[in-house]
Write a protein that binds this ligand. Sequence first.
Ligand code: AHM
Ligand code: MG
Length: 336
Amino acid sequence: MSNKVITIERHIIEQERASNGATGDFSALLRDLTLAIKLINRDVSRAGLIDILGSTEMTNIQGETVQKLDEFADGVIYRAMDHGGHLCGMASEENEHILPIPDEYPKGKYVLLFDPLDGSSNIDANVSIGTIFSILRRVTPEGGDGTKEDFFQPGYKQIAAGYTIYGPSTMLVYTAGRGVYGFTLDPSVGEFLLSHNNIRIPEHNSIYSVNEGNYHKWSEGMRNYIDWCKKDIPEEKKKAYSLRYIGSMVADVHRTLLYGGVFLYPADVKSHKGKLRLLYEANPMSFVIEQAGGKATDGQGKRLLEIIPDDLHQRTPLVVGSPKNVDEVERFLNHS
Ligand code: AHM
Ligand code: MG
């Protein structure tokens, strides 16, 4: 990789230029989103201080007491994105219904779906959390409010998707369908700089990532797969696999993207569709993983990006990661 310093803004503009019919609209949309993410990052990095600093500060500025960080993040994204003229609607994991663009602002040609702060139950333990986003082009006529039709598109129609991970450093990883790029926030200048050019996921690695506490609720095929992971079977695999599970999807998928292996959230007897949401979690992460050369399925041979949604908050079982690891899982799940 060259040692050129490339900001995310420059990168997005160049990617858009390289695609046909670029109007600059899409770059501007992503620029607004990057600003929202920097604002969220500022507050997430002070999460441990909120009890001692937050209360007074929030009261001074907004006249209200401290908000939970996930609600705060939700509001920041909405307020940063509602007036740019690029969107005709938004949908967030935190809100039951479509979030309309206020009447006083123009309605654009995209919709934005997001999980403002995924893994937020980990905040108090200072564990990495993230923001996930997905952008679709509207299918209804331009000018009016976005409707369900605009949101209920299969994931392969996403025109961009990505996530931010608030970890030891803050990273933004995105794809616009031309590979996957990672940017690290340099806090001293407040810019995301290209640090991971054209990320490719390893073909295979001996790592699996799943909440194994659900073992007794899984299907036989799923239990067999996990038992197999733990064994040394010289003729099939050199050694037992390692288990890594953070419990924060963005962090678990990010590690899987960089190191390889597989991340799973399967169905179980209680949750027939698993836990994770198709539109806010599964689709954007699958788009990133596929663009990096990985695979993303529902564990029953179906590509996640081909599911046609019928509910804003629908869930799906999920198996994502290195192509060979996903194939291994599929082999077990399809033989139960
Ligand atoms: P959230 O959107 O309410 O934060 O829940 C999603 C999170 C994911 O980040 C993570 O992969 C999963 O829940 C962990 O679930 P579990 O605690 O069942 O292992
Ligand atoms: Mg979530």
